[in-house]
Write a protein that binds this ligand. Structure first.
Ligand SMILES: Cc1cc2nc3c(=O)[nH]c(=O)nc-3n(C[C@H](O)[C@H](O)[C@H](O)COP(=O)(O)OP(=O)(O)OC[C@H]3O[C@@H](n4cnc5c(N)ncnc54)[C@H](O)[C@@H]3O)c2cc1C
Ligand code: SF4
Ligand code: SF4
Length: 1558
C-alpha cells in the first residue's frame, strides 16, 4: 500500500489569495497521486509555522554577539542579522505557513477526485490540528489554563475559533469553517515541537464531535486529530490530567467519546452505518457563498449565500497572528471566548445578562417603559445573532391609529408556551405557565409526560390545598377553575416514554408529535416520521432547547426558524394546503419584533419557552440537568423549589406587553388584524445598515411572497378542515358495541370480531372514549373501567399499532398474529395474543414470530401476553406494563424505565441498553443470555428473593392460563427447579432509587452477582457500592457518619466532590466574618481583614458558586473587568491555586488591590443573591493573588521585544498603572508621570492603609519597574513640566489624572478654620504615615469632635481614620434617607443593591461609642463660628423625600427640626467634580457636560490626536475596578493606534485581533 502526504498549508507571504491556490494545488496533487497508484492520501496541516523572528544584534562588542549569533542561528526558527542595531522584528517569509481549513481541502479534494473518476482508488485521510477541545463526553481530565504549559514546555499553542456567529447550518458546515478556518496554530518558541491545544479553560474533556461528523460527511476516510492526541499526551506528561488516568485511558476515553458522539449524530439523522454516512453530505450551510460551495461542498444547500474564500483567509490570518504574534503578552493564556456560556466581552448571545434582567423587571413591574428598554437591548442581540435581525419592516405609507388595531387580548391567543415537561421543570413553574396561558386564552404545552411524580409532594401556594388533590394524579387535567386551570392544551409526544397515556392524549386540544427539535434534533424525539395529516405544524428553530441540552446538540445542529417557516409557508401555499394547517414557530422568540417577522414569513402562532421561564425567574444558569436550579424552576428538589418566586401574572404581563409592542408595529404598518400580515414578506427588506459578513447574505429566497406566486390560494390557517375518515374505522363498530358500558348502562360487554391487517390502531379510539369520559364526566379518570368491562375476542391478523393506548378495563384476546407496535402506549388494558389453535401438534409457538417490532413501546400500565416470539425492540421505553413472551429480537427492554417483563426464550443482542428502571426476568437454560445483554446500566442476578420468585411464578401461571403456552407449562411442571435458570436484569439506577425509598436500611441477604464472574459479590454489595454504607454483622446496613463539612467530602473522591460543588450553595452558608474584631483592629493601622479566617473557609465558599451559564457576576451589573469568577471558584475548590491565578490574571492586572478595596458589584449581581446571600467573590480573589505572591509565582515579566514606541502615562492611580502595565506588555516603552512623591494615586494617598497596605501597592510598583516601566514622581505635568513637552516627546500620551476636584459646601461659615476636604485630611495623614515631613497638626482629629459631611465610602474612611487618631466623638451627616434593609421594587436584582450596610468604620464607631455615627435626612445649613474663626458646630435641619406627580424625588425641609451639632472639625466628603484643569487647558481638550474629559462612547481617544484618557478623569468619580478596566482598554486602543492592530485583550479578557476599522 502506498501513501502520500499532501501539505494543506501555504506561505504567509502569499496572503489571502493563497487559500484558493492551495486548495487547487492539494486537489491536483491528490489526483496525480491517485493516478500514480497511491492508495492513501494524507492531507496534513502539520507544517503550519510561525512568522520568523528576525533578531538584529547590537554592534556593541560588549554584547558578545558572536556567541548569540551562533546560539540564535542554531535555533532554526529564528533568523539573526549581525550588526543591525539590536532590534527585533517579525518577518513573513517562505517558511511561515498558515493552514487552509482541513474541511475545505477535504471537500474540494473529494469532489475533484470524483469528477476525475479517481475517488474510488484512494482513501482520504486527514492529519489535522483543527479538532477543537471542549467539554464533552469525558476523558476525565480537569480544566487547565495554558500558562503552566508555557512555563514548563516552552511551547504554547492555542487558538480558539470564532465559530458561530453566522454558523447556523443543520449540522453546521459554516460553524466548522469559520471556526477552524484552517487554523491550527502552534506556537513553537524553540525547536521543540510539542503542541498544546486551545481553549482548555473550558475543560479538556473531548474534541468536538461535530468536526469529526462534518469531515466524515464530506468524504473523509480517517482522521488523525493529532493536536488533541499530542495535547493529551503533553498534559499527562505534565501531570495536569488526573493522575489516576494513564495515557492509554485518556486516548481510549477520547476515542470512545468521539465514537459515541458520532453514532448519536448518525442516529439522529437516521443513518445506521458509517459507510452510508461517509460522503452523504447531510448538511446545509448558512452563510457560505457559492464559490465555496461549488468548490468544496458541491450540491450542499446554502440558501442564503454568503462569504467568500477571502473572508475565511482573513480570519485565518487573524488567528495565525494571535497564535504567533511576536508580542506574546496575554495571548499566551488559553481563553474561553464564551461560545457556550455567556462571557463578558465574548461571543454575543441572544440571552445576555442585561436583557434577562430587564425582562424580569419589566414583567414583574408591568412597566411599558422598562419593557421598552428591554426591547431596545434585546433587538441589539437579535441583530447580532439572528437572521431576522438582518431584516426590517418597510414603513407603510398609510399607517393607522393604534385604536384601530385588533386588541392585545386577540393577539395573545396566538401565543403558546413551549414543550417543557414536569421532568425538566418544577411543578410550580409548569403550572404557572399553564395557569397563565389558560387565563390569556393561549396554549400551554405539557412537554412529554406532564405528570406529577407521586413521591414529590407539591409545595404550598395560594390555591394549593385544592390543587394538590389534582396535581398528584393525572386527574389534574380535570381541574378547570378558570383562574387556576392547570390543563395544558397541547400534549406532546416526544419519545413516548414518559406517561403518554390514553387520558393524557385524550385530554388535549392538540397532540404534538416531536420529530426533531432545533437545538437537539431528535434528542428525545427520535420518533419515526408520521404521515399524520397534521393540522398544526411547529417549526422549531435551531436555538431552542434547555440548559440540559447536550453540548453536541447546541451548536452546529438545526437551522434558523426563519428559513424553516418561510419555506413551509411557501410550499404549503404552492400546494394549496396552507388553509388546512396552522403554522407555529418557536425558538428564542422574545419580542414583538420576532413575532412580526415570524408572522410575515408565514407563522400563525408563536411558541415561547425561554422568555416565559426568564419571566418566572430563570437566569439561564444552564444547569437544568443537574437539578440545582437556584430559582426553583428546572429542579425537582423540594428545597430549591421553595425558592420559586414566579407568578402566572408575570407571564401574563409579559405576553400583553409584547402584544402591545406587536400592535404598535401593526399600526405603523397600517394593519388592523394580525391575520392580514401573515405571509406578507413584501413588507420586509434587508436592513440598510447591515455590515460585515452579514452583508453577503442573500435573503431573496426567504422573502419570496408565496401568495404572489399562487395568487388565489387560501392561506387562512385551519379554514379548511382535514378529513381523517374516522367513521370508516373498525373502532366505530367497537364503540357502538361497547356503548352500554361506556354509558354506564351495563357493567360488561363481550365482543367477538374478525380483524385484518389493514386495520390499524385497533381499540385506540375506544380507549380514547374511555379517557374522554374521564375528562368530562369524571367517571373513569386515569383508572379507566373496572377489569373485564369490555372483553374482545378476535381472530385474524391485526394491523399496525394493535391495541395502542389500550385503556384499563378492556381485555383483548387475539387468536392469530399481529403487526408492529402492539400495545404501544398501553394504558392499563390487557392484550393476549396466541397462535391459531388449529396449527397442529408440531407447531412450536416458541420458534415462531407472533408479533412485529416495537411492541409495548412506551407502555405505561396494563398487561400483555404473547405466546410466541416478538420481533425487535420489545418493551422499549416501557414504564409500567407487565409482559410475558416466549422470545424477543434485538434491543429488548431498551430504555425501559418501569414494569416487569418475563422472557421465556432467547433474546437478541443489546438487551437492556439504557434500561434504567423496571425488571426483566430472562429464562436462560443454555447460559447464552449474558453475552447478548448490554450490562452498562444493569446488573445480572440470580432469582433469589421470594418476591421475585413469586412474581415470576404468578405471571407464568397467568400466561399459561391465557395462552396455553407449552413453554410456560414445561417450566411450571418443574417449578421451583427452573428458578435457577432465570436471570434477573436489574438496572443500577433502579437499585439506587429503591435504596433511597427504603431509606438505606435493607436486610442483608447473601447472593452472588452473575455479571462479576469469579467474585462472590453479595446482593447487598451491589446495592451499596464500596464507600457508601458499611455492612455490619447482624445483617443491618447503616450509612457512615454524615458529612459535616467539605473537607470530609473531599476525601471521598471526585464524584462526591463534584456533587457537593454543584450543590454547595444549598449546603453551605456564606461566611460573613471577614474582618478582624472591631475592638482590636481600631487600635492599629494594619489591614482590617482577617486573612487567616477567610482562607480557612475559602473552599467552602467557592463551593457555593454555581458556575452559572449566564454568570451575572461578570455582567455589566457585575464585575467591570469581567473577571472569570466561576472558573477561579472551581479551581480554588479543587485546590488548583495556580490555575485560579491564571484565570484571574486574564482580566485583572491588580487583583491584590481589588481583592481588598473593591465594593464587589459582582456580589451584588451574583445569581445566588436573588434569594440568599451571594457567593463570596472578593475575598477569594484576594486570597488567590496573595497566595501567588507568597508562593513566588508573581515575578517580573519584561516584554521580550520592544516596539520602539514611547508612551507617556500621566497619573499613577489604578487607571494609569493598568494602562502602563498593558502597554509595556506589548513592548512599548512606558513612562508614568506622577505629581505626588509616591506612585499609586488614590491607592496610595486616598484609600486608608487599613483597607490597602502601602506595602501591597509598593510591591506592585516595584514589579512594574523591573518589567521596564519608568516611574517619575514629583512631576506635575502642566505645572513642573509643560504638557507640550510631553506631547511632543512621546508617540502617545494617556491622561489618568483622576477626579480630584472636590465638591464644596459653600454655606455661611465655610471659611472657618477646622473645615477641610476629606481628601486633604486623608492624604496629609497618609503622607505623614509614609514619613513625609509635613505639617499635620491641624488635620489631627485627636480629642476632637469630628463631623463628616457625606455618607459614602470616603466618609467612612474619614470616620475610621479619625477614630484611630483618637477623636472624641464622630458623626456623619447624610442628606439622603436611610436605605431600606432589603432591595426596593425600584432596585431589583442584579442592580447594585441600595440597602443599608454597615461598613468597617461604622461598626468600629458603634463598638467604641455605642451608636452608628450616621444621621440621615439631615441637611447642613450653616457652619458656626466659635468667635475665633474656628468652627464650633454645624446647624442642620431635617428633610423629607417625596415623589412628585411625575415620579421625581423632591426634598422638603421639616419645620421645627433645626438642630446644632457641636464640632471642632468638619470633613467634607461629598465627592468630586472632575479632573483638575491645568493639562486640559493647555491641550484645549474637550470636556463632557459633567466636566470630565470627553471621548467618544466606549472609546478613550480624546479630541486631540495622540491623547487618550482613562479612569476617573474620563468617567467621573468611580471605583478602582473601573479605573483598571479603563486603563486596560485605553492601552488596547493606544496599541491599535501605534501599531495598526492590537492583540491586547478586549473587555472580559477576550483576545480578538483589533483592526483600525473596528
Ligand atoms: C478616600 C477615597 C477612598 C476610596 N475608596 C475606594 C475603595 O475602597 N474602593 C474603590 O474601588 N474605590 C475607592 N475610591 C475610588 C478610587 O480610588 C478611584 O476611583 C480610583 O483611584 C481612580 O483611579 P484613577 O487612576 O482614575 O485616579 P487616581 O487614583 O485619582 O489617580 C490619579 C493620579 O493622577 C495624578 N495626577 C493628577 N494630575 C496630575 C498631573 N497634572 N501630573 C501628574 N500627575 C497628576 C494624581 O496625583 C493621582 O495620583 C476611593 C476614593 C477616595 C477619594
Ligand atoms: S474586581 Fe471587584 S467586581 Fe470584580 S470580581 Fe473583584 S471584587 Fe468583584
Ligand atoms: S459567582 Fe454567583 S453569578 Fe457568578 S457564577 Fe457563581 S453563582 Fe453564578
Amino acid at each position: 500500500m502506498q501513501s502520500m502526504t499532501i501539505d494543506m498549508t501555504y506561505p504567509v507571504s502569499e496572503g489571502g489569495d493563497g487559500i484558493l491556490a492551495t486548495i487547487d494545488r492539494v486537489c491536483k496533487e491528490a489526483c496525480e497521486a491517485a493516478k500514480s497508484g497511491y492508495q492513501f492520501l494524507i492531507l496534513s496541516d502539520r507544517s503550519v509555522s510561525p512568522e520568523r523572528l528576525v533578531y538584529t544584534l547590537s554592534s556593541n562588542p560588549k554584547n558578545n554577539h558572536y556567541f548569540w549569533y551562533i546560539v540564535l542561528s542554531w535555533i532554526g526558527d529564528i533568523r539573526v542579522m549581525p550588526y543591525g542595531g539590536g532590534k527585533r522584528c517579525v518577518e513573513a517569509d517562505a517558511r511561515s505557513r498558515v493552514p487552509v481549513s482541513a474541511l475545505l481541502c477535504l471537500g474540494a479534494t473529494h469532489h475533484f477526485l470524483i469528477e476525475a473518476r479517481q475517488r474510488m482508488k484512494v482513501a482520504l485521510l486527514l492529519e489535522t490540528g483543527e479538532a477543537r477541545i471542549l467539554r464533552g463526553a469525558g476523558i476525565g481530565v480537569k480544566p487547565v489554563s495554558g500558562d503552566d504549559l508555557r512555563e514548563r514546555s516552552r511551547v504554547v499553542v492555542l487558538i480558539e475559533r470564532d465559530f458561530n456567529r453566522h454558523a447556523l447550518p443543520r449540522v453546521g458546515v459554516l460553524a466548522f469553517l469559520e471556526g477552524g478556518g484552517g487554523v491550527l496554530l502552534l506556537r513553537l518558541l524553540a525547536r521543540e515541537r510539542v503542541p498544546v491545544p486551545g481553549p482548555m479553560n473550558q475543560g479538556l474533556v473531548g474534541a468536538e464531535v461535530h468536526h469529526m461528523c462534518v469531515l466524515i460527511g464530506y468524504g473523509c476516510d480517517a482522521i488523525c486529530p493529532y493536536l488533541v492526541l499530542e495535547t493529551m499526551f503533553q498534559l499527562r506528561k505534565e501531570g495536569v490530567i488526573d493522575r489516576y488516568l494513564k495515557d492509554f485511558d485518556v486516548f481510549g476515553n477520547y476515542a470512545a467519546a468521539m465514537e459515541r458522539g458520532i453514532a448519536k449524530v448518525m442516529a439522529k439523522m437516521g443513518i445506521s452505518t458509517m459507510l452510508s454516512y461517509k460522503g452523504a453530505q447531510i448538511f446545509e450551510a448558512v452563510g457560505l457563498g457559492p464559490e465555496i460551495i461549488d468548490k468544496c461542498f458541491k450540491n450542499s444547500a446554502s440558501r442564503l449565500g454568503g462569504i467568500t474564500f477571502r473572508h475565511l483567509a482573513e480570519e485565518t490570518f487573524d488567528r495565525h497572528r494571535i497564535a504567533f504574534d511576536s508580542k506574546e503578552c496575554d495571548s499566551l493564556i488559553l481563553r474561553n471566548p464564551g461560545f457556550y456560556h455567556w462571557r463578558n466581552g465574548g461571543e454575543q448571545h441572544v440571552n445576555d445578562p442585561l436583557s434577562i434582567a430587564r425582562l424580569q423587571e419589566a414583567s414583574k413591574s408591568n412597566s411599558p417603559e422598562t419593557y421598552r428598554q428591554y426591547v431596545e437591548d434585546a433587538i441589539k442581540s437579535i441583530r447580532a445573532c439572528t437572521l431576522r435581525g438582518q431584516l426590517e419592516f418597510i414603513p407603510s405609507e398609510k399607517p393607522i391609529d393604534l385604536s384601530e388595531v385588533e386588541p392585545a387580548s386577540e393577539i395573545v391567543k396566538r401565543f403558546a408556551t413551549g414543550a417543557m415537561s414536569f421532568g425538566s421543570i418544577s411543578y410550580e413553574a409548569h403550572t404557572s405557565l399553564a395557569i397563565a396561558m389558560n387565563r390569556v386564552g393561549g396554549k400551554s404545552n405539557t412537554g412529554e409526560g406532564g405528570r406529577q411524580n407521586n413521591h414529590i409532594a407539591p409545595l404550598k401556594n395560594e390555591k394549593n390545598k385544592e390543587l394538590m388533590k389534582f396535581c398528584e394524579s393525572p386527574d389534574r387535567y380535570l381541574y378547570h377553575d378558570p383562574e387556576y386551570n392547570l390543563r395544558s392544551a397541547i400534549k406532546q409526544v416526544a419519545s413516548g416514554r414518559f406517561g403518554v397515556t390514553a387520558t393524557y392524549l385524550a385530554n388535549s386540544d392538540e397532540i404534538q408529535i416531536k420529530m426533531a427539535q432545533g437545538a437537539k434534533p431528535g434528542e428525545g424525539g427520535e420518533l419515526p416520521g408520521y404521515k399524520a395529516k397534521a393540522e398544526h405544524i411547529t417549526i422549531s428553530g435551531h436555538d431552542g432547547g434547555t440548559g440540559a441540552s447536550s453540548w453536541t446538540g447546541i451548536k452546529g445542529a438545526g437551522l434558523p426558524w426563519e428559513l424553516g417557516i418561510a419555506e413551509t409557508h411557501q410550499v404549503l401555499t404552492l400546494n394549496d394546503l396552507r388553509s388546512r394547517i396552522v403554522l407555529q414557530v418557536d425558538g428564542q422568540i422574545r419580542t414583538g419584533f420576532d413575532v412580526l417577522i415570524g408572522g410575515m414569513l408565514g407563522a400563525d402562532e408563536f411558541g415561547f419557552s425561554t422568555a416565559p421561564l426568564i419571566v418566572l425567574g430563570c437566569t439561564m444558569m444552564r444547569k437544568c440537568h443537574l437539578n440545582t436550579c437556584p430559582v426553583g424552576i428546572a429542579t425537582q428538589d423540594p428545597i430549591l423549589r421553595r425558592k420559586f418566586q414566579g407568578k402566572p401574572e408575570h407571564v401574563i404581563n409579559y405576553l400583553f406587553l409584547l402584544a402591545e409592542e406587536v400592535r404598535g408595529y401593526m399600526a405603523c404598518l397600517g394593519v388592523r388584524k394580525f391575520q392580514d400580515l401573515i405571509g406578507r414578506t413584501d413588507w420586509l427588506r434587508v436592513r440598510k445598515d447591515v455590515s460585515g459578513k452579514s452583508s453577503f447574505l442573500d435573503f431573496s429566497a426567504v422573502l419570496q411572497n408565496a401568495s404572489s406566486l399562487s395568487p388565489d390560494v387560501n392561506i387562512v390557517a385551519a379554514s379548511v378542515p382535514q378529513d381523517f375518515q374516522l367513521d370508516s374505522r373498525l373502532d366505530s363498530v367497537l364503540i357502538e358495541k361497547a356503548k352500554d358500558v361506556l354509558e354506564k348502562k351495563a357493567k360488561k360487554v363481550d365482543i367477538e370480531m374478525e380483524v385484518e391487517n389493514s386495520q390499524r390502531t385497533f381499540a385506540a379510539t375506544l380507549s380514547y372514549q374511555i379517557a374522554l369520559k374521564s375528562l368530562f364526566g369524571r367517571k373513569f379518570g386515569e383508572i379507566g373501567l373496572p377489569d373485564h368491562s369490555i372483553n374482545i375476542k378476535l381472530k385474524g391478523s391485526s394491523g399496525q399499532s394493535f391495541c395502542a393506548f389500550l385503556a384499563r378495563g378492556i381485555h383483548v384476546t387475539l387468536e392469530g398474529d399481529a403487526n408492529d407496535y402492539v400495545g404501544k402506549g398501553l394504558s392499563g388494558g390487557e392484550v393476549v395474543i396466541f397462535p391459531p389453535k388449529d396449527m397442529g401438534e408440531d407447531f412450536k409457538s416458541e420458534e415462531n414470530v407472533i408479533a412485529g417490532n416495537v411492541c409495548l413501546y412506551g407502555a405505561t400500565s396494563g398487561k400483555a401476553f404473547f405466546r410466541g416470539v416478538v420481533a425487535e425492540r420489545f418493551c422499549v421505553r416501557n414504564s409500567g406494563a407487565f409482559a410475558v413472551v416466549e422470545g424477543v429480537g434485538d434491543h429488548g427492554c431498551e430504555y425501559m424505565t418501569g414494569g416487569r417483563v418475563v422472557i421465556l426464550g432467547p433474546t437478541g443482542r443489546n438487551f437492556a441498553a439504557g434500561m434504567s428502571g423496571g425488571i426483566a426476568y430472562v429464562y436462560d437454560p443454555h447460559g447464552t443470555f449474558k453475552k447478548k445483554c448490554n450490562t452498562v446500566m444493569v446488573e445480572l442476578l440470580p432469582l433469589l428473593f421470594d418476591e421475585d420468585i413469586q412474581l415470576v411464578y404468578r405471571l407464568l401461571i397467568e400466561f399459561y392460563e391465557k395462552t396455553d403456552s407449552q413453554v410456560a407449562k414445561r417450566i411450571l411442571d418443574q417449578w421451583p427447579h427452573p428458578t435457577k435458570k432465570f436471570i434477573k436484569v436489574f438496572p443500577f439506577e433502579y437499585q439506587r432509587a429503591m435504596r433511597q425509598v427504603q431509606g438505606r436500611a435493607l436486610v442483608y441477604q447473601g447472593s452472588r452477582s452473575l455479571s462479576r464472574q469469579g467474585s462472590s459479590i453479595s446482593q447487598t454489595d451491589f446495592l451499596f457500592p464500596p464507600g457508601s454504607p458499611t455492612v455490619k454483622s447482624g445483617h443491618e446496613v447503616h450509612d457512615t457518619a454524615p458529612i459535616k463539612d467539605i473537607e470530609d467530602v473531599l476525601r471521598d473522591g471526585h464524584i462526591e466532590r463534584q456533587c457537593e460543588f454543584d450543590r454547595g450553595f444549598v449546603k453551605y452558608r456564606r461566611e460573613i466574618g471577614v474582618y478582624r474584631p472591631a475592638e482590636t483592629r481600631m487600635k492599629d493601622w494594619e489591614e482590617i481583614y482577617n486573612f487567616e479566617h477567610v482562607r480557612r473557609g475559602l473552599r467552602v465558599q467557592a463551593a457555593r458558586c454555581m458556575d452559572c451559564g449566564v454568570p451575572f457576576c461578570q455582567s455589566a451589573h457585575g464585575c467591570p473587568l469581567g473577571n472569570i469568577i466561576p472558573r477561579w471558584n472551581d479551581f480554588v475548590f479543587h485546590g488548583e491555586w495556580k490555575e485560579a491565578l491564571h484565570q484571574l490574571l486574564q482580566t485583572n492586572n491588580f487583583p491584590e488591590f481589588t481583592g481588598r478595596v473593591c465594593p464587589a458589584p459582582c456580589e451584588g449581581a451574583c445569581v445566588l443573591g436573588i434569594n440568599e446571600p451571594a457567593v463570596t467573590i472578593k475575598n477569594i480573589e484576594c486570597a488567590i493573588i496573595d497566595h501567588a505572591f507568597e508562593q513566588g509565582w508573581i515575578i517580573p515579566q519584561p516584554p521580550k521585544i520592544r516596539t520602539g514606541k514611547k508612551v507617556a502615562v500621566i497619573g499613577s492611580g489604578p487607571a494609569g498603572l493598568a494602562a502602563a502595565h498593558q502597554l509595556n506588555k506589548v513592548g512599548h516603552l512606558v513612562t508614568v508621570f506622577e505629581r505626588n512623591d509616591n506612585i499609586g494615586g488614590l491607592l496610595e494617598y486616598g484609600i486608608p492603609t487599613m483597607k490597602l497596605s502601602r506595602k501591597v501597592v509598593q510591591r506592585r510598583v516595584d514589579l512594574m519597574a523591573e518589567e521596564g516601566i519608568i516611574f517619575r514622581t514629583n512631576a506635575n505635568i502642566g505645572k513642573d513640566i509643560p504638557t507640550k513637552e510631553i506631547y511632543d516627546g512621546y508617540d502617545a500620551m494617556v491622561l489618568c489624572l483622576g477626579a480630584t476636584w472636590p465638591r464644596d459646601l459653600p454655606l455661611p461659615g465655610r471659611n472657618l478654620n477646622g473645615i477641610y476636604f476629606a481628601m486633604d485630611f486623608l492624604e496629609t495623614w497618609q503622607k505623614t504615615q509614609m514619613g513625609t515631613n509635613i505639617d499635620f497638626e491641624k488635620y489631627s482629629a485627636k480629642g476632637k469632635k469630628v463631623m463628616v459631611i457625606g455618607g459614602g465610602d470616603t466618609g467612612c474612611d474619614c470616620i475610621a481614620t479619625s477614630l484611630r487618631m483618637g477623636a472624641e466623638e464622630i458623626k456623619t451627616l447624610e442628606i439622603l434617607p436611610k436605605p431600606p434593609p432589603h432591595r426596593g421594587s425600584d432596585n431589583p436584582w442584579p442592580q447594585w443593591p441600595k440597602v443599608f450596610k454597615v461598613d468597617y468604620g461604622h461598626d468600629e464607631v458603634k463598638v467604641k461609642f455605642g451608636r452608628d455615627p450616621r444621621l440621615y435626612n439631615t441637611m447642613t445649613k450653616e457652619f458656626l463660628d466659635d468667635g475665633n474663626g474656628n468652627v464650633r458646630g454645624v446647624r442642620t435641619v431635617k428633610v423629607e423625600w417625596r415623589k412628585d406627580d411625575r415620579g421625581r424625588w423632591e426634598m422638603k425641609e421639616v419645620e421645627g427640626s433645626e438642630a446644632v451639632h457641636e464640632t471642632d472639625m468638619v470633613l467634607l466628603a461629598m465627592g468630586f467634580l472632575g479632573p483638575e484643569k491645568d493639562i486640559i487647558d493647555q491641550l484645549s481638550l474637550q470636556l463632557d457636560p459633567r466636566s470630565n474629559i470627553n471621548t467618544l462612547d466606549g472609546q478613550y481617544s480624546t479630541s486631540i490626536p495622540r491623547v487618550f484618557a482613562a479612569g476617573d478623569c474620563r468617567r467621573g468619580q468611580s471605583l478602582v475596578v473601573w479605573a483598571i478596566m479603563e486603563g486596560r482598554q485605553a492601552a488596547r486602543e493606544i496599541d491599535l493606534f501605534l501599531m495598526g492592530d492590537s492583540s491586547l485583550p478586549g473587555p472580559g479578557g477576550v483576545i480578538q485581533i483589533l483592526h483600525p476599522q473596528g
